[in-house]
Design a protein. Sequence first.
Length: 470
Amino acid sequence: MRSLRSRLILSHTLPVLLVVPLVAALLVYLLQTRLWLDILSGELLSQAMLTADVAGDRPLIWSNSFEAQRFLSLLGERSTAGISLYDAEGSLLSSTLDGPAGEVRPSDADFVARALAGEQAADVGSDLSREVIQVAVPVVDDRGRLLGAVHLSQQVSSVQGRLVRTRNLVIAGFAGALGLSVLIGLVLALNLGRSLQRVSSAIDGVASGRQWESLPVRGAEEIRVLLRAFNALIERLRMLERSRRQLLANLVHELGRPLGALQSGLQALRAGADGDPHLRQELLVGMEEQVGRLRPLLDTLADLHGQVLGTLELDLRPVDVGEWLRTTVAPWRRLAEEKGLAWEIAVPPVPCLLEIDADRLSQAMGNLLSNAVKYTSEGRITVEAHFEQDHVAIGVRDTGAGIDPAESARVFEPFYRSTRDKRFPQGMGLGLSIARDLVAAHGGRLDLESTPGRGSLFTIVLPRRAVAEA
């Protein structure tokens, strides 16, 4: 009983094995103690009433014992019950019973007396242990005069065969129902156990690292929910594995270039380039630039580490959004103008105090502005802010290549880099994911509107419930 399958089989079949035999035994008991008594008494009473109707139309029977005997001999050939005729005074006229059984017995006399009093008398006991069941009914002529009584007695043993056949039929029916119920319960238990075993084996395979296989969703609704949850987990694990591999590939790619440049500079210096002050200064400046390029990479990895561990903490302070925004975008304006791009910033002149982590939110804005400058070859970059009653919206619009609608939902996924139109050919594919999480940590959201060939608009929406009143 240690396996779930054996317990399921027992839980499905044990109630049937207990209940069905008890119901069958109760039904057989009621059949033998009450039902058959009522059936036998009813049949006997019907025969007595029919005999009384026929005898009431033959008045000679009640005045001539020979006619009475002749009448009973005709009826006796068609009935297994003993029939006795009594006149109006209670005297026995004739009977189909032989020997002493034809004499008036005290029990017969009581039934006959009740019948002569105009009552239909029937002997219905509590079980079939008795040997005889008897009834008596009055006999009247067409003018309503009492002619006598008809008394019928039936040996229980004469119908015992019918009772046994009926009882065997009931037992056979219940046995068939029991077998069918056990078979259905067994099939259901095995199917349920097989489904659970398939899921448990798949989970064990994932835990041991043998295989990551999705399972077909079928079975009971609860099993389907379990299978869908398992398949979602498998898909999540696959995505994490792909992300891990992509991260390693991106790290190799991103670290390879600056480290290669640093190595080349060091080799040149060791080879004697340090003897030329001008060349040495040029090499040192180049190496410093390469080291500076590693700093954003380290910041990105630190933010990724915070995403994974869920340890992103904010230093919220009241900040004037307009003043903060002008200061934040200033360095990117210079880069855009150096690339020949037009620059526009639209910020309402009214103050708007909001509790934010200025450094974290500046990092999110930097990721958006970096993408806008990097992927816009010509045209304009616009930074615009809107101060609404319940929220603040900050948008970064470019006139670059835009993003395909099929990729719009995926650009926020970690490590995703589109190859279409070379929109995201460089970097680790973490900038937008980190920007979205930083905005979400402030209780806001990062929206995207983009049309291929016409540019993109990234909008940071922050709620104003955290506005600090001056």
